[in-house]
Ligand binder design. Sequence first.
Ligand SMILES: NC(=O)C1=CN([C@@H]2O[C@H](COP(=O)(O)OP(=O)(O)OC[C@H]3O[C@@H](n4cnc5c(N)ncnc54)[C@H](O)[C@@H]3O)[C@@H](O)[C@H]2O)C=CC1
Length: 292
Amino acid sequence: MKLLVTGREGQIARSLLALSGGPVEIVAVGRPELDLLDHASLRRALEVHRPDLVVSAAAYTAVDKAESERDAAFAANADGAAALSSAAAALDMPIVHISTDYVFPGDKASSYSEEDATGPRTVYGASKLAGEAGVAAQNPAHAVLRVAWVYSPYGQNFLKTMLRLAADREEVRVVADQVGTPTYAPDIAKGILAVARHIAAGPEKGDWRGLFHLVAGGETNWAEFAREIFRCSAERGGPSARVVDIPTDAYPSPAPRPANSRLDTARFQRTFGLALPAWQDGTRRCVDELLR
Ligand SMILES: NC(=O)C1=CN([C@@H]2O[C@H](COP(=O)(O)OP(=O)(O)OC[C@H]3O[C@@H](n4cnc5c(N)ncnc54)[C@H](O)[C@@H]3O)[C@@H](O)[C@H]2O)C=CC1
């Protein structure tokens, strides 16, 4: 089975590409071959590569910048995602689209389920929510996977930032009043493969379409995540720093962060028979990989 993933240099695309081999061939495509802003390029890329499944992971992901670049965020995350889904539908290809916890306001006391009302508080979140609707409207053969707090050995992310900061300072101040689940992109890639296998197995395996939450096991806050990163790093002789808890107010940003990003993954587990490992497990593997 052949998967085409968009956003070639992205954390999820690179993690998925690392799983290519055996019965699963994965191609990652990016700009300029596939540009979410150039709708003709989407259809062309799908025609050239002829995948069995399209994985829509490319996005405008600059959360703060999006507050002042509304049109650019919507052009990629809403119109681009919908156009990719439409191109896939025209060629009879199913699509797995990656979305985000930012579609929620973040004020719920417990984990968000797929049934919970959305209410994005940022332009990025609103653009991704519009993308979910566009993908669903254009292609009945779709699954939308909402992920959160993604990190990996690739690109920019919180874990890499912490290790970089600890290399030249003794103390880092980290927000401690936002809860969520750090999720290792290679584990998300395994989740995407579970969806792909389910689709390949045919309709008797059961319905796979619709909306799903996919994050690692457990929950924490950013400061505790930083402590775990430094614990793993110190054990391997890598950089570590003291973590000082700060409130969200002490670290203002153009786009407000959800206080609660916890996502309930029961539906994904039930449908695809896979629960991602605990967030601490992914943290250890990522630090191992980076310090190797
Ligand atoms: N990083 C995170 O913490 C979270 C990410 N997500 C979602 O997961 C998905 C993947 O995220 P990451 O891999 O972390 O993102 P990333 O920022 O590492 O990668 C995004 C990729 O999309 C590409 N891209 C941007 N504009 C494009 C365009 N017009 N045409 C084609 N490609 C374009 C970029 O070049 C980049 O390679 C995105 O849909 C994002 O919204 C959801 C929740 C949290």
